[in-house]
Each structure stands twice: as structure tokens, then as C-alpha cells.
Design a protein. Structure first.
Length: 561
């Protein structure tokens, strides 16, 4: 591609609202442009990156037996109503001119299950793996970070259909292997993590994370362990408990926070138990959740433990059933309120609220047989296998789910087994966002000059810069080299513009093609081309001989990351 013909509107400054590095650089480099809140257009150079990621994904899913198809974005709402997902807050809903209710799909479980359920009759028709690349719509409340959190995006989602759980296990492991190859091929640093099934449902889920500061997820890492913070578990950091052997009230005026109470009593935060009263929305019951004073409640774990969505209890609800907010605890006069202790809490003794204003209780011991569950967030200082954990910020770049019969049951997707008996089809769902892979690559490999693409997903492999103006021998030589590189199958962006050399170099560094070659008058005089590897801006020692330049380039490319 000649730069003079390329639609590449670069910018000197990033958007005023840009915070994520990928947002800043992808706009400045002319890869993407915003159309509206959470709505982004991919420009030619950016689309080349996106489609290279798509092709890598396609090749690896094809390799495990995936069959590509295309499902529509707009669905009858009734399909989603059957699965109970039509009330998801982020789901776009609409009516057509005849009043038929429709939705814009966030994912395609309902649509693909509808088709498979109608077509599959016998166990002989299974297993199957179907996938597509399609637009997804999501009424994102707070679009941010450029292409990382948008209202419209393209996703690869594949779906496996099996006779039983054993078959699903095979398909699931095949996708895990394919995903590992995909991320390795794109050049990313990544982790596979256990995760919560969330709105997708099912029984088991993994997600794939690329560590970088722009991410919105936290990943807990230790030797041989990686998990989303939402579901991670670890051994708590030990805490020295007070030596109280008998329960005794202590006056604590105004000490309604852990910080105030530790200052008043001279104890570490972990020697206190703090109460987190919630209302289980399924049945309206109040539950008093207890965690150590140095720990925090994990909403995902707590919802799973309660088997119900929940909300924080209001001040009046707390006062009516327990005591004054800031001084509540898990003991008398508390009677009919369910109490749930976090698994990290030892027997005691601890300091807890006394259920009376300005009063706490020392020497509290957790009753034998108390209900316990792991409902806390992992914290720095916790350990796994004796090794301190690391908590890093990351971008989610893919996820996979064992759905079981979550969708086949409500949509009636069944088959007849070898005995002629109807059985529910067992499903898996597997998603990857090409845009997130592209953004993660920018985040992980950019420097102060701009983007530094991994070779596999770079818009062009080589950026050829001509320093000669039109009609000069050096321009003629650059034109000839451009055609030779193209003929050899090299993807090359040729900067043939009659602009300043500094502008050309700055733009090359901003766009981030893996190898830059410069041809000017000095190249003709010396017989050597200047060459620079974009990663770490490393000059090729001795340059590249003008005679035989194509062969030299082909020898360098396999060495690039």
C-alpha cells in the first residue's frame, strides 16, 4: 500500500477524554475513529489488524472441527424470553413496524440452539461445533477506554453440541487448547483463569486475561495458579488475635469504622469482625455477613453462597432487626437473623459490635456449627501453597463456558439416544474479542514513540520510507524496491509522500510496523539501506545491502517478535 493513497488520518494529540494507552494511540495512529458514545469505526489500517486476528482465530477453531456460519444480530425477543435473558439490563430491545418485539443480540446462544434443536434428531447427529464472527450489541452504561468497552463490537463465538457431559469435556478441552494457540500466535502475554459463569449460566467457566494497566479485571496469580479476583481463593494473611478469654463490653464512642475502632483499641484490623448486612432479593430475608476487619466482601462469591441476588440492607432495616448501624454484631440480643461467617474467620476471640450504640464486645468466639462460606476478596499478603499472591490488572480477551443444558432445556433442543429415548443436548460456549486482542497488544508493547505491533497482527510487516522526492533517482529506487517486496509476498507500507523526513519517521514509529527500511540518496551512495526494528527501536547493525535487499528482509522477518 502506498501511503499517499492510504486513508490514515493521524493526529498529533490524543482525544481529550482518552485515559487508556490503546485509546490514545489507536486514535492518533489513524486506526479507529469514534462515531458516538461506545460506537467505533475501524479505519483501513486498524481493520487490517482486526482481520489478522480474525484469521488466526478462524484457523485454530477450524483445526478443532469448528464449522463457520453466520447468525443474525436481530432476534425475536421470544427466544430470549424462553431462556429468561430478555430482562438483562444491557440488552437492546425494540419493536418492528408491526409491533413484533425484537432484541439486538449480545451473544447468540438462543439463535444457534434454536437452529440445532430444529435440525438434530439423533445421537448420530452429534457432536457438532459451530462458530461465527458477528456484531454484538450491548447497551453499555459507561462506554470507556476506546475499543475496550463499547456498545457494538465483533466477537467470535463458537458453540459445541454433545450427547453428554463427557462429550462436552472433550470439546471444552479442545477449545482450551485452541485458545492457547491463538493467544500465543498473536504474541500476547496472557493467563487462563477460573471465572464466574455470570449471566451466561452453566457450571464451569474460564476466562483469558492479558495483563496491562488499562484492564478492568484483577487477576490473582501464584505459582501454577491464576484466577479472576471475583472467584479467587487463598490462605489469609495471619493475624494476632487479642488474648481475651471472657466476653466483656467496651465503650467505643463514635467508633463506627474499622479505622476508628483499631485506633481506639490498639488492635490490628484483622482482630475485629465487621458486619455486612444484606437483603437476599429472592425471599427478602436479612443475612448478617461477617468478615475480618482487614477483609472485604466479594459480591460474586456472596451471591453464589446465598444462591440469590442481594442488596445492602438499609439503616432502618438493620436497626429494626439487629441494632444501630456501626455497632452491630453476631450475638445476643440478635435472635432471628441468619448469620454467615467468612471461611477465613478463626474461632476467635474477636472484637465485634455489641448491638448497642457506642459499644463493642471483646472476647467474642464464633459458635460451633456456625454457617461458613468463602465470601471474601483475596488481598495482598494472602498466600497459595505458602507463596504470596500477586494481584495484577488485566484485559479480558476471551472466555469459555460449560453451559450444560442451560439453553437446550428451555428451547427444547433434544435428540434421541441409542435406545430411542429423548435426551437434552449438552452445550458449551466459547468467545473471543478480536478488538480486545488488538487493544491488549497496543497496551503491552507500546512505548513513548507509539505502537509496536507483534508481527502476526501488524497492519503491515515492513514500513518502507522514501527520503527522495518524485523524479529523483532515490525515489525511483524506492519505487522499484516496493514492487520487489510486494512480489516476494512481503506486506509493505510504502511512504512515498513528498513530506518532511521527520514527519515520516514519527508516523512510522507511531503506527508501529515491525521493520522500517529507509531509502534515500545516502543509500544509493553507500549501497546500504537503513533498517530499524520497531520493538525497542533497535537499528539493524550494518544496515541492509541495497543489492539483494529483498532476500535480506526475508531473512530478518522470522527473527522478529
Amino acid at each position: 500500500m502506498r501511503r499517499s493513497a492510504l486513508f490514515l488520518p493521524t493526529e498529533r494529540q490524543p482525544p481529550a477524554d482518552a485515559e487508556a494507552l490503546s485509546h490514545k494511540l489507536m486514535v492518533r495512529a489513524g486506526l479507529v475513529r469514534q462515531l458516538g458514545a461506545g460506537l467505533w469505526s475501524w479505519l483501513p489500517a486498524g481493520w487490517r489488524v482486526h482481520q489478522k486476528v480474525v484469521q488466526i482465530i478462524r484457523e485454530e477453531i477450524d483445526a478443532i472441527g469448528g464449522q463457520e456460519l453466520l447468525l443474525p444480530v436481530m432476534h425475536p425477543r421470544e427466544l430470549w424470553r424462553k431462556t429468561g435473558r430478555d430482562q438483562i439490563e444491557e440488552l437492546f430491545t425494540l419493536e418492528d413496524r408491526k409491533g413484533a418485539e425484537m432484541v439486538l443480540a449480545m451473544t447468540h446462544e438462543e439463535a444457534v440452539t434454536f437452529h440445532v434443536g430444529a435440525a438434530v434428531k439423533s445421537y448420530r447427529d452429534l457432536p457438532k461445533t459451530l462458530y461465527h464472527f458477528q456484531v454484538k450489541e450491548r447497551d453499555e452504561a459507561r462506554p470507556r477506554a476506546g475499543i475496550l468497552r463499547t456498545r457494538e463490537f465483533i466477537m467470535k463465538d463458537s458453540y459445541s453440541f454433545d450427547r453428554d457431559e463427557a462429550g462436552l469435556d472433550v470439546q471444552y478441552e479442545a477449545h482450551r487448547g485452541a485458545y492457547a494457540k491463538i493467544y500465543d500466535r498473536t504474541g500476547l502475554e496472557w493467563f487462563e483463569c477460573r471465572s464466574d459463569v455470570g449471566m451466561m449460566g452453566g457450571t464451569v467457566a474460564h476466562e483469558y486475561m492479558a495483563p496491562c494497566p488499562a484492564g478492568e479485571d484483577d487477576v490473582v496469580l501464584a505459582r501454577g495458579y491464576a484466577s479472576n479476583l471475583e472467584v479467587a481463593s487463598a490462605d489469609p494473611q495471619p493475624v494476632e488475635l487479642p488474648g481475651d478469654t471472657e466476653a466483656a463490653e467496651v465503650t467505643t464512642p463514635g467508633a463506627t469504622t474499622v479505622e476508628a475502632l483499631t485506633a481506639s483499641l490498639g488492635l490490628p484490623a484483622g482482630a475485629l469482625l465487621k458486619a455486612y448486612p444484606v437483603i437476599a432479593e429472592d425471599d427478602g430475608r436479612l443475612v448478617l455477613v461477617m468478615v475480618r476487619g482487614d477483609h472485604r466482601v466479594n459480591p460474586v462469591k456472596l451471591q453464589n453462597a446465598l444462591r440469590s441476588p442481594f442488596r445492602p440492607a438499609g439503616t432502618e432495616e438493620i436497626a429494626a432487626q439487629v441494632g444501630p448501624a456501626g455497632y452491630i454484631g453476631p450475638h445476643a440480643p440478635l435472635t432471628a437473623v441468619e448469620t454467615l461467617y467468612d471461611a477465613a474467620i478463626e474461632a476467635g476471640p474477636y472484637v465485634v459490635g455489641a448491638n448497642r450504640a457506642d459499644t463493642h464486645l471483646r472476647g467474642f468466639v464464633v459458635p460451633e456449627g456456625a454457617t461458613r462460606a468463602d465470601v471474601r476478596l483475596v488481598e495482598p499478603g494472602d498466600t497459595i501453597g505458602g507463596e504470596p499472591v500477586r494481584i495484577v490488572t488485566a484485559i479480558e480477551i476471551g472466555n469459555i463456558f460449560k453451559l450444560g443444558t442451560r439453553y437446550s432445556e428451555p428451547l427444547g433442543a433434544t435428540y434421541l439416544d441409542a435406545d430411542g429415548k429423548p435426551q437434552k443436548i449438552v452445550m458449551g460456549s466459547y468467545g473471543i474479542g478480536p478488538a480486545r486482542i488488538a487493544a491488549a497488544a497496543v497496551e503491552q508493547f507500546a512505548d513513548e514513540k507509539g505502537i509496536s505491533w507483534p508481527v502476526a497482527i501488524a497492519p503491515w510487516t515492513v514500513n518502507l520510507v522514501s527520503l527522495g522526492k518524485g523524479g529523483t533517482p532515490e525515489r525511483a529506487a524506492a519505487d522499484a524496491l516496493y514492487e520487489q517486496l510486494r512480489a516476494a509476498g512481503v506486506e509493505v507500507l510504502y511512504d512515498d509522500r513528498d513530506t518532511g523526513n521527520g514527519e515520516k519517521f514519527a508516523e512510522a514509529e507511531l503506527l508501529g510496523c515491525p521493520l522500517r527500511i529507509t531509502l534515500g540518496k545516502r543509500s544509493l551512495d553507500s549501497g546500504l539501506l537503513e533498517a530499524q526494528i520497531r520493538r525497542e527501536l533497535q537499528d539493524v547493525e550494518g544496515g541492509i545491502p541495497l543489492e539483494g535487499a529483498v532476500g535480506a528482509v526475508l531473512g530478518i522477518l522470522p527473527t522478529l517478535a
